[in-house]
Design a protein around this ligand. Structure first.
Ligand code: PEP
Length: 239
């Protein structure tokens, strides 16, 4: 596999201005050994502009956690793909399970958001994954395939898929390497050879090497362990 690994930090609704110290610390850690992976930090939108410069200096990319499906307009409280791009973002996470769960995002909406992202030159990171019940009843591959079919625009070349089993997010639980390999192979067959496929769900410094060595795992989407530079660096080092 010659897809360059991508390690994404999803800060979710964490991070005040003081979090810029973590960027400095991460930059210092990464400057000691040349990281082999691309590093992308997705902070709350309020921090994007301020983080863009120190991140660029350190060689890190920055991204958004969601965007609106319309390019602009009377949508109070929303953030457009172009605003993220303008603030320095290269990527945007779309259809994270928390957005699907708490904000009722559907595949159709995720697809429309991805189209808006592409239109302004942002790379969408489309998140998909099964529940514990779906896995236990043998439907994981089918569910993931349905998400893929429903949320990826037809005319899209550059995107990232992140496989995130819902029961593994923030729980400390991780699928077996065989289970991850099976899903990533199924995704690979549908998206083709050039698309990075990330794994997300309780990735930590002590399991990162094992997870990142599974076939068709081209990187990780990291929640909790991305908030502290030392933890995040532990994962970056493993890539
Ligand atoms: C996530 O936010 O997508 C995630 C995988 O979180 P965590 O790493 O905390 O499980």
């Amino acid at each position: 596999e010659d897809i360059r690994k991508l390690i994404v930090g999803n800060w979710k609704m964490h991070g005040l201005k003081s979090a810029l110290d973590e960027v400095d610390r991460l930059a210092e850690l990464c400057s000691r050994g040349e990281p082999k992976a691309d590093i992308l930090i997705c902070p709350p939108a309020t921090l994007l502009s301020e983080m863009a410069k120190p991140c660029a200096d350190a060689g890190f990319l920055v991204g958004g956690q969601t965007c609106h499906h319309k390019l602009k307009g009377a949508y109070t409280g929303e953030i457009s793909a172009e605003m993220l791009k303008d603030a320095g973002a290269t990527h945007v996470i779309l259809g994270h399970s928390e957005r699907r769960l708490y904000n009722g995002e559907t595949n159709e909406q995720v697809k429309a958001k991805a189209e808006a992202a592409i239109e302004v030159g942002l790379i969408p990171i489309i998140c998909i994954g099964e529940t514990r019940m779906e896995r236990d009843s043998g439907q994981a591959v089918a569910v993931v395939s349905q998400f893929l079919a429903g949320s990826i625009p037809d005319e899209i070349e550059d995107f990232v898929v992140s496989y995130e089993p819902l029961w593994a997010i923030g729980t400390g639980l991780v699928p077996s390497p065989g289970e991850i390999a099976e899903i990533h192979m199924a995704i690979r067959q549908r998206v083709g050879g050039d698309i990075p496929i990330l794994y997300g769900g309780s990735v930590k410094p002590d399991n990162a090497e094992r997870l990142l060595s599974i076939a068709n795992v081209n990187g990780a989407l990291v929640g909790g362990a991305s908030l502290k530079a030392d933890d995040f660096y532990g994962i970056i080092k493993a890539a």
